[in-house]
Structures are given as structure tokens and as C-alpha cells.
Write a protein that binds this ligand. Structure first.
Ligand code: ZN
Length: 148
């Protein structure tokens, strides 16, 4: 797999030194997502403070793309309001599913744009999305839980 070397460095750096990788106890919601096509797994704890994401912590195993991408998501989405976080997740999803036509907005997705090149490798798209979809799932569950 050939990615831009700068982007490859960002991914490797997050893979080797993952951010927020240690589950914080007493989450608002915990989710466990698996990407069976690659064998990636992530357990993610979402901590909400009202409408704002207070923390995203996680544990996982799998390929460098899945683990690095979860690290980036946990950084980028922390401190965001729900609507903002969901919008960013959707932007990231659009980018990695664009088959390379959407390079992503670095001002919004920050290190997330390093995964734009993954869009050219359909088999790896699910790897890149794992942590982001887990976060989205946790947000939806947290929102539903609050309405009850
Ligand atoms: Zn993978």
C-alpha cells in the first residue's frame, strides 16, 4: 500500500504512540466494534458532559490503519458538541469512501486527512472507519439514553 510519505508518518506515529488508549472507567457508553474482514477490534468508552464529549478512551488490536485512525478520532472529537462531532465523522467517512476524489479538509479533520489515501484501497476503508463508527454509535446510544 502506497500512501503519501508524510501521511504515512502521521499514521505510523499514531500507531506507535496512540492517544487516549487506556479505558477511563465509568463511561456514559461503552461500545465494542469489530472489523471482521481484517480482524481489527476496538472497545471505546465515551464520556459525555451534557452535550459535549468530555473524553473518548479506547483499547484495541488490529492493523496500523485501524489503530491509528481510532487514535486520531479520539483526539479530534474530544471537546466537541454532539452535532459538531457527528458532522466531522461524516466528513471523514465521505473522504475515505470517495475512492480518492475527496482529499478532506485539513482545517477540520486535522490528522484525519492522512487517511485520504486509504480511499484508494477499498479493503482498508473499514479499517480506517472502525474507531469513527464506534464513536458515532456511542454518541447515538448516549443521546438515546438521555432521552429516556
Ligand atoms: Zn485493518
Amino acid at each position: 500500500m502506497e500512501l503519501d510519505s508524510l501521511y504515512q508518518e502521521v499514521i505510523l506515529d499514531h500507531y506507535k504512540h496512540p492517544h487516549n488508549k487506556s479505558l477511563k472507567p465509568h463511561p456514559t457508553i461503552q461500545v465494542h466494534h469489530v472489523n471482521t474482514s481484517c480482524g481489527d477490534e476496538v472497545t471505546l468508552n465515551l464520556h459525555m458532559n451534557g452535550n459535549v464529549i468530555d473524553a473518548i478512551t479506547w483499547e484495541g488490536v488490529g492493523c496500523s490503519i485501524s489503530q491509528a485512525s481510532t487514535s486520531v478520532a479520539s483526539d479530534l472529537l474530544k471537546g466537541r458538541e454532539i452535532t459538531e462531532a457527528v458532522a466531522l465523522i461524516e466528513e471523514f467517512q465521505t473522504m475515505v469512501q470517495s475512492k480518492g476524489t475527496d482529499r478532506g479538509d485539513e482545517n477540520r479533520l486535522e490528522d484525519g486527512v492522512a487517511f485520504a489515501g486509504v480511499a484508494k484501497f477499498p479493503a482498508r476503508v473499514k479499517c480506517a472507519l472502525l474507531g469513527w463508527m464506534a464513536t458515532k454509535d456511542a454518541i447515538v446510544q448516549a443521546t438515546t439514553k438521555e432521552e429516556k
